[in-house]
Design a protein around this ligand. Structure first.
Ligand code: GUN
Length: 294
């Protein structure tokens, strides 16, 4: 079997078109959805993510408030900026790009955010709301994965999904969303991680494999069954002297080999990445909609 490629850009563009119309509707009511963006330090990958997120905001008519702090920024400087955004009625969502420099205590930063502006869904209040099935901002990458599956016509209900990776940003929230009751849920979920013995023994049983291990090429062809759906969340920069930048992006899946066994597969780039940004826009527009009461 040679897999059909899931076009994340096309799905993202469709949803962004709907969001553009919603932004126009909110603007006509006097509310322009606004995203407060904070980047600490100059990690090149984080810089490029933040640039792409802000550009996507502008493309659908939202505004972004861009804030850059030096890598030497203190905890107090960052907290002061978050408190200002918590108070600012023009800001409907706050994005603090992770990871943060070593001197900053991430958990304290996430707790300082107003949960009703936490459009990344990382505040423990939103995590708790999600786990118990209350209305919450869902973390953008796992929410993007679920939307990509739904838009691709993949039956999630009753499927066995094996997630490789247990991060707070992807693996853990994705497991919760897929096992929740309702559309996009009702799956049987297994989570593998760095201490799992023989990951392949689990992934070979999966109808859907989600690779979120942060390791290029971690999922090989002999680890998936014929006809599986394979979603690659990995975004790894691997050295490539033929590129002007000196690197290329590679996922966690050995794409060329696995696509010969899978029925559906996401590429990197152009798979999950555009969906992450789209769900951030979705959460920010939703936050503005709640404020506008419209
Ligand atoms: N770093 C990697 N992924 C994310 C994300 O979804 N949100 C934020 N804020 N930082 C990240």
């Amino acid at each position: 079997m040679s897999a059909k490629i899931i076009d994340g850009k096309a799905v993202a563009e469709k949803i962004r078109g709907e969001l553009r119309a919603e932004v126009a509707r909110l603007k006509a009511k006097g509310v322009t959805p606004g995203l407060g963006v904070i980047l600490v330090g100059d990690d090149p990958a984080s810089k490029s993510y933040v640039t792409a997120k802000e550009q996507a905001c502008h493309e659908i008519g939202m505004f972004s408030d861009d804030n850059r702090l030096p890598a030497s920024a203190t905890q107090e400087e960052l907290l002061a900026l978050i408190r200002r955004m918590n108070e600012d009625p023009a800001i409907h969502g706050i994005l603090v790009q992770l990871p943060l420099p070593k001197q900053i205590r991430e958990s304290e930063v996430l707790l300082a955010m107003n949960p009703d502006k936490d459009v990344d869904g990382f505040h423990p209040t939103n995590v708790g709301r999600m786990v118990v099935g209350q209305q919450a901002f869902l973390p953008c990458t796992p929410h993007g994965v679920v939307q990509l599956l739904l838009h691709s016509g993949v039956k999630i209900e009753g499927a066995h999904v094996v997630i490789v990776g247990r991060s707070n940003i992807v693996g853990k929230p994705l497991a919760n969303m897929l096992m929740a009751k309702g559309p996009g849920g009702n799956a049987t979920v297994t989570v593998c991680h760095t201490r799992t013995r023989d990951i392949g023994a689990f992934t070979r049983q999966a109808d859907i494999v989600v690779a979120a291990a942060g390791q290029p090429g971690a999922i090989k062809a002999d680890m998936v069954c014929e006809g599986a759906v394979v979603i690659d969340v990995g975004v790894n920069r691997v050295p490539d002297p033929t590129k002007k930048s000196g690197f290329r992006l590679a996922g966690d899946v050995d794409f060329e080999a696995v696509k010969e066994k899978a029925s559906l597969i996401t590429p990197v780039p152009g798979g999950v990445g555009p969906m992450t940004i789209t769900m951030l826009l979705y959460n920010t527009v939703e936050s503005a909609r709640r404020v506008a009461g419209a």
